[in-house]
Design a protein around this ligand. Structure first.
Ligand SMILES: NC(=O)c1ccc[n+]([C@@H]2O[C@H](COP(=O)([O-])OP(=O)(O)OC[C@H]3O[C@@H](n4cnc5c(N)ncnc54)[C@H](OP(=O)(O)O)[C@@H]3O)[C@@H](O)[C@H]2O)c1
Length: 182
């Protein structure tokens, strides 16, 4: 069982803790390995499971969004996944699983989250199409409400009832039928 986690933030660390407890090795692709746009050059192995757990957020009224804000949010939230999806035949084994961190669209279509909401909506639509085109893989778009991670420090609101990242990861792995030694 070979696992790749893209990103090394709070959600990623939840998965890492569960895999460590299960004595299951994994690789991490984060900025220290390469830029998201360099994934085609840098990821060389084939995996059974890939977890796309990068993302960013900007809290601003629509009229204040800058070009830099658009790139900052759309790059990890959707463009990076578009690149990854194109690479799947090379890096994900047939019948492999790909887990993607989306977000609950009803929760995020609120004032000041226009870029975040738009990028996650684009991700959802992209994954729906990719699923239909590519039946040899199992795509899982995860749409959590609140997980207790550093991303919340970037917005001026606190989560109401956040999940522990490890509990979230464990529930997701149960849901997708993860079995460490298969
Ligand atoms: N936490 C929640 O309540 C929640 C709820 C719904 C969905 N999600 C989604 O879960 C995913 C993971 O978020 P998180 O909660 O773990 O937040 P996090 O702790 O802030 O982690 C985000 C990760 O994304 C990486 N990243 C951001 N922009 C990047 C870029 N341009 N290139 C490479 N890496 C980049 C960050 O790297 P650096 O640290 O190097 O910047 C970090 O590793 C995101 O897609 C988020 O939208 C989270």
């Amino acid at each position: 069982m070979k696992i790749l986690i893209i990103g090394n933030g709070g959600v990623s660390k939840g998965f890492q803790k569960v895999f460590n407890e299960l004595d299951t090795p994994f690789d991490i692709y984060d900025r220290s390995v390469g830029d998201l746009y360099e994934m085609p050059q840098k990821i060389k192995l084939q995996y059974d499971m890939i977890i796309y757990a990068v993302g960013d957020i900007v809290w601003k009224p629509v009229r204040r969004n800058t070009a830099a804000d658009i790139e900052k949010v759309f790059k990890p939230n959707i463009f990076g996944f578009v690149i990854l999806a194109q690479m799947l035949p090379q890096i994900l084994k047939p019948k492999g699983k790909i887990l993607i961190l989306g977000a609950n669209l009803q929760r995020i279509t609120t004032p000041f989250l226009s870029l975040y909401a738009a990028s996650k909506s684009a991700l959802k639509a992209f994954v729906e199409v990719a699923k239909k085109e590519t039946r040899r893989y199992s795509f899982y778009l995860l749409e959590p409400d609140e997980i207790d991670t550093p991303i919340w420090k970037k917005v001026p609101v606190d989560p109401q009832n956040p999940k522990n990242p490890k509990d979230f990861a464990r529930q997701v792995l149960d849901f997708v039928g993860f079995a460490p030694n298969v």
